[in-house]
Structure formats: C-alpha cells, structure tokens
Design a protein around this ligand. Sequence first.
Ligand code: GLU
Length: 461
Amino acid sequence: MVVTRFAPSPTGYLHIGGLRTALFSYLWAKKSGGEFVLRIEDTDKARNSQEATDAILKAFEWLGLEHDGEITYQSQRDEIYAKYIKQLLDEGKAYRCYMSKEELTTLRETQMANKERTKYNGKYRDFDGTPPEGVEPVIRIKAPLTGEILVKDGVKGDVSFQAQDILDDFVIARADGAPTYNFVVAIDDHLMGINEVIRGDDHLSNTPKQIVVYDALGWDLPKFYHVPMIHNSNGKKLSKRDGATDVMDYKEMGYTPAALLNFLVRLGWSHGDQEIFSMDEMIELFNPKDINKSASIYNTEKLDWLNAHYIKNTPNDELAELLSAYGLTLTSHDKKEILLDTLKERAKTLKEMSEMVKEILDTPSEYDAKAIKKAFKGEPIPILNAFGAKLTASEAHLPSEYHSLMEEVVAEMEIGFGKIGMPLRVALLGKMGGPGIDVVMAVIGREETMLRIANAISAIS
Ligand code: GLU
C-alpha cells in the first residue's frame, strides 16, 4: 500500500509550494488506494507556533484535502528518537563527540582559510580515552566518508552524491539531547510506514543524510520524488512579491478550492494538453512519474481563467453558499437564479462577483461624474419619466418584460435605444458598465427600480 505524507514545519502559513507537494502526495495515495498522512515537524520550539499549525489545518479544511489517521507531532516523540539514538550508540554506529564550540570554530576557520569544505574531522569517531571535562557531548552518526550515495529519484532519475563532497559524521542529537532534523525525518518516515516521499527539490541535499540514517538502522528506503520549484515569470523562485503565497489569501481573493487545486496540479505535472481536472480526474490520472523535471511557471492569468471556469460551472445554490464568505446572504433571495446566472458568466473571482452583486442590490448613493455627463446629456428626464409611467402600469417581472417596456418607450418617443439605456443604467447602478439593465431591473424589482429612477431625476434636476 502506498503511504505518502505531508510534513510541514509550522513556522508560518501554508504556502502555495507546500500545498502543491501536499496535493501531489494526496493524489498519489488516493489513486493507489493508500494513505496520506500528516506530520507536523514542530521540533524547533523557538520558531514553531500553534497558530501556524492551526493555519495549515484550516487551509486543508478549506480545500477539502483530508489526511488519514491521527496527525503526528514530532514534538511528542522525544522518547522514540532517544531510543534510536541509544540503539545506534550501543551498536557503535554513532558516538559521543566532546569537541568544544571553540575547537569546532577553530577547525572551521582553518578549513575555510585553506579553502576546504567545512566539515567535522572525526576526532571522536574512535575515541576510547577519558572525555574532557565540562563539555556536554553531541551525538554524531558514523557516516560513510568515501564512496557514492545514490538517490534514486522518481522525478530526477539517479542522482549521485560523493560522500567525501557532502558528508561528515553529522550530529544526530545536540548536547541537550534534542535530535536533529534529518535524523527525525528518517525515523518518522520509516515508523509511519511512509514508502513514497514527494517533496520539494530544495530537500534533495538532505536526502543523502537521511539515507545514512536509514542505512545505519537497516531500514529500506522509501521511494523519493523531488519536485522542482515553482518560478515566477522571470524564472526566479516564487516569492511574496509575486502575489499571494499564503494559501488562505487565495480564499480572500475569491478563488474556489476547485480552481486552486486544478491550477496547482498543473504546476509541474501534465496529462497531454488537458487543463481542466476535477478532483476525481486528478486522482485517476495523477502519477508522480509524470512530474516535470524543470521548474514550473506561476501564471496568474491561468488561475483566473480556471477560476472563471469553475464559477461558471458551479450550481447557483452552491455559489450562494460560497458567496456568503464575502458577506452576502443570497441563499434565500427570490431572484438568486437570474442574478447568479448572469454574473457567473462575467466574474473571474468570487470576490469580484460579490462586488458585482452588491453593485446591483445596493441603491446607488452617488453617481459617477463622467457617467452622468455622458448619460444624462440631452433630455433624459422626460424619457425616464415615460419609462417610470410604463413601469407603474405594468406587472413586469422578467428581464424580457422590462426590455419590452424600454422598447415601447423607444418606439413611442422615436428615440434611439441608447437614449433610454444609458440614463437608466446610471440611474440604476450609478455608473456605466455592468450587466444588462433588464436583468438588473428584474432582480431589484419594480419598486426599487422606480425609486432609483426618482433618485436620479432629483439628482440631476
Ligand atoms: N518540514 C519540511 C518543510 O516544511 C519538509 C520535510 C520533508 O518533506 O521531508 O520544508
């Protein structure tokens, strides 16, 4: 059974790159009928916070990405890590190193002066003398010092590292007993049964160290997939300046979970030239072997395009629910269908859509100066009055009925359609632009229409 994981360090919000690897891991587990588990890597007490963990969980909830089983918190697993440190010490695969901070600093400085790679020199590797006093030892693992460490990567192929270039006997537990990052990642991945690790390729350089831990404990390696980074349009690593990177900002900006997930799955993965993927399709088609070898490019227009697609295809009841997050109570509005049918064709985001709804439902409190100048030139008042009179006498309900009333005025007064359309639009919405005014009138109803016309007439008289 495939078991994948997402293992965030809760140092801040969930960012878009993290979410993408989480999605890939989720899809791959679901496709194989396996499990997707969550591990919070919260060992760095100074940098981790509960709020950050909560923010990650909130983002998962918003997106509907459910993890399997209980969440594992590294901060609760000290005893487990201590057990393996002891085992490695007992087996002679790790040792206590009494090198003082000063000595280590001098060693580093000498290496740097000699233009050598800075690394531990193995002083206590085979030490059996009396330890110096006053130094709390760290624990170092005996790493291979020569030879090749091969990462068989599902995305990048075989990546070969030379031990002498990258390894030394690295610390697995600090002087206060706290285990180190690469050590606990390997222990947890093994104990949690994780056999497929999908993560950002910024972690590739950690993998040889984790392999050293697996080897020392005699454990099989998981399959690794290191996913290339997401770049901005200038080919640089995506940063805050490129727009939102906090996943929850996307909610705020009005993106739907379906659009965001669809957008992310295509960042670095493809299936022919297909762009639209439902969750079921993603699960059916995703395979990490199809992850691109090169970085992917973040493209806001694509996200907007996908979002518009999903908005257009969301049933109105569901849309009304989604819009409630933007302060709208539309669920029981009697003209909800006409309103949403019209706006879902126009909006790129839910936020934009909510603003469009408000522009229609709220009586304008002011009129755009330019629009007034353009729309109210000539003699708009008699035309608006004539239309008002028609409305009073009619029972118009549907957009087409309002449209007929406008046509009647046009015919009777022998004017062009713009002569009624423009002033009416500004009277109703306070500005030019927006959806068809027959739709606007049908949504707000006859009384509100008459009120807005009266307001506009008194504003221009
Ligand atoms: N905790 C690491 C991070 O947030 C991920 C570790 C891993 O995926 O192996 O970058």
